[in-house]
Design a protein around this ligand. Structure first.
Ligand SMILES: O=C(O)CCC(=O)C(=O)O
Length: 280
């Protein structure tokens, strides 16, 4: 439905009347820190956020995801020597801290519109022998011409140290500003070297891909991706997440799953705020 925004602003109050917009935990982060992260992100297309999660949290992620890593990729993109776990929120709570880390939300709060959505949460385990993944951008499947503002952003969390040889994510610095040009060969790929517990945050317009794993050990990572609240997320979380999980997760994740409204009424259910579903 097309509408003149000025004539529908009063409607925003209708759907959000009972269920007010909730504040992102990103607001708890020191603004000076966030501004420094943001400046690097906008300049390079990515920023490394070092050592954000503890050894205990890393252990819990490993323990919970290990039994789930039983399938290899079905195509070159997923990687035939790469294991992926989808629908992570329905399988373990240990990824919640990553998906809703305040340092990440603080950047998203500045990049995307309020009530941005979780688009993907996935465990990616690159096994020894895997070759380099094709370079791609994460918001390239939204058919809007480049150069443009990013419509999404992504994090990749190192659960193992990311090294020169073990399949560290590779990025093409500055490529977030490109128009239609494509990366030429592999010489532009730069591995993101970071310690376990760190994450790389990058714009949806940045060219990147999984690196080749030339080591003898697997490289475990978790990726969380986010998109504007007026776009369709990659994973249909509103379809796949049972109500008991939506009630269990914290408010930041609940809001990002789609229990929120992009004013005046995108995301409605039966003309009402979607949170009404969880009250039943
Ligand atoms: O695992 C990685 O390092 C990157 C994977 C990736 O970009 C993807 O599968 O979309």
């Amino acid at each position: 439905m097309g509408a003149d925004v000025s004539s529908v602003t009063d409607l925003a109050g209708d759907l959000a009347g009972t269920y007010r917009r909730t504040e992102s935990s990103g607001s708890t982060v020191d603004p000076a820190l966030v501004e420094a992260d943001l400046a690097a992100l906008l300049r390079d297309g990515y920023v490394i956020l070092p050592d954000l999660i503890t050894a205990d949290e890393l252990r819990a992620i490993r323990d919970d995801t290990d039994p789930l890593l039983n399938l290899k990729g079905r195509n070159n993109f997923e990687g035939h020597a790469t294991q992926r776990v989808y629908s992570v929120l329905n399988k373990t709570r240990s990824g919640d801290r990553l998906a809703a880390h305040p340092r990440v939300l603080a950047l998203l709060d500045r990049l995307l519109m309020p009530n941005y959505l979780l688009s993907m949460l996935q465990v990616i385990n690159i096994l020894p022998g895997e070759s380099a993944q094709m370079l791609h951008t994460d918001d390239g499947f939204y058919p809007l011409p480049r150069p443009r503002k990013a419509l999404s952003a992504a994090t990749i969390w190192a659960i193992d140290d990311f090294t020169e040889t073990n399949g560290a994510t590779e990025i093409v610095p500055g490529s977030q500003n490109w128009g239609d040009e494509l990366p030429q060969g592999d010489s532009e790929r730069r591995p993101v070297l970071m310690s376990a517990g760190s994450c790389v945050f990058f714009l949806g317009t940045l060219w990147h891909g999984g690196g080749p794993n030339r080591s003898t050990a697997a490289r475990l990572a978790v990726t969380a991706q986010y998109c504007e609240p007026w776009l369709r997320p990659q994973e249909a979380f509103t379809l796949s997440t049972p109500h008991h999980i939506a009630r269990t997760v914290g408010e930041d994740i609940r809001r990002m799953l789609g229990y929120s409204i992009h004013p005046p009424f995108i995301g409605q259910v039966d003309g009402m705020h979607p949170k009404r579903l969880l009250a039943e």
